[in-house]
Write a protein that binds this ligand. Structure first.
Ligand code: HPA
Ligand code: ZN
Length: 331
């Protein structure tokens, strides 16, 4: 990984369950005596060939079955934070999917307490700040999202915001207006996946109806010039995930990724890894991939890193500290 790929940065689109490496699937399966439907690590890795979001989600949910205890969730998040810190991540806003675990009988407290313990330790051990964002699985519908939100509040979960993920097409953001209104009312940050496989209209709904502060992916916004103009005017951050887009065939090849045009248009683009265990690399690899695939120079990578701090949910003094570090000449 070249020097520029490890610039100080924030990661804003990372599903903690998507950092579950094949080796850890087998380690946890054996620790928890959970059967897995794969022969070995190689057999599992051979299945990382996806045709679309749905084909990925099937494997993603199947692998998570090995996550059972608070320690499992803490180990998962700790491994991510160690790796992220080694790639220049100073701040990570981490998505998790409560319903993917509660639906398997794992109590919400086990998930949240394990993850939040690792974040606390990670802040000390690796110097990475951040927080948790609870995502609702849109294909389970708005009532299930509301019930999960109630559980999160009841548990006094230390989350900084809510998000919306899983199968996109057929589940427009407008379906979730009530739970987003409640989250806003209690002061939580709001983001949503939109415009990954879904149309620009879903991005509009995320902005107009859910009042999101950032859009996760959002690459299909480019099909709608008026929407692009609005995203530029309002400097709505887009958390773009280049390797994910290629692996899930949202984009043909890295060389064709629209991120260069997005930056040129003045969009507040950030680069993130989404589900790095499955998509061929962590955030540094995503920076490297746009550098080599699209010829981004070091200045452009630094601009992406600057955008990531600008888009992060952090107080201004911390933001200033990270931006100052980023602007110091490399020795
Ligand atoms: N899109 C939607 N849902 C997801 C993703 C994604 O890229 N990763 C994990 N859940
Ligand atoms: Zn995602």
């Amino acid at each position: 990984m070249s020097g520029a790929a490890v610039v100080p940065k924030a990661e804003l689109h990372i599903h903690i369950e998507g950092t579950l490496e094949a080796e850890m699937v087998f380690d946890l399966a054996s620790r928890n005596r959970v059967p897995v439907p794969f022969a070995d690590v190689e057999d599992l890795r051979a299945r990382y060939a996806f045709s679309d979001l749905g084909s990925f989600l099937e494997l993603y949910y199947s692998c998570m079955a090995v996550l059972r205890s608070e320690e499992d969730f803490a180990d998962l998040a700790n491994a991510y934070l160690a790796r992220a810190a080694s790639e220049g991540v100073r701040h990570a806003e981490i998505f998790f999917d409560p319903q993917a675990h509660t639906a398997r009988g794992v109590p919400l407290a086990v998930v949240v307490d394990g993850l939040s313990a690792a974040l606390r330790t990670g802040a000390r051990r690796y110097g990475v700040s951040g927080g948790l964002i609870a995502c609702f699985l849109r294909d389970l519908g708005p009532e299930a999202a509301m019930a999960t939100f109630d559980q999160l509040l009841e548990h006094q979960s230390p989350i900084i915001g809510i998000g919306l993920d899983s199968a996109e097409v057929g589940y427009p953001p407008a379906m979730f207006s009530d739970v987003y209104a409640r989250a806003r009312a209690v002061g939580l940050h709001c983001v949503a996946h939109a415009g990954e496989e879904g149309p620009p209209e879903y991005v509009r709904q995320a902005l107009d109806i859910l009042h999101v502060e950032r859009v996760d992916h959002g690459v299909r916004s480019l099909e709608d010039p008026a929407l692009v103009a609005r995203l530029v005017d309002d400097q709505i951050p887009l958390t773009v995930c280049p390797l994910s887009n290629v692996r899930l065939r949202v984009v043909g090849r890295m060389e064709d990724h629209p991120i260069a045009g997005m930056l040129d248009a003045g969009l507040a683009v950030t680069v993130n890894s989404d589900d790095p265990a499955y998509f061929g690399g962590y955030v540094g690899a995503n920076y490297s991939a746009v550098a080599s695939g699209l010829g981004f120079d070091d200045e452009t990578l630094r601009r992406l890193a600057r955008n990531s701090f600008d888009a992060a949910f952090m107080d201004q003094s911390l933001r200033r500290r990270y931006l100052d570090e980023l602007s110091r000449p490399v020795s």
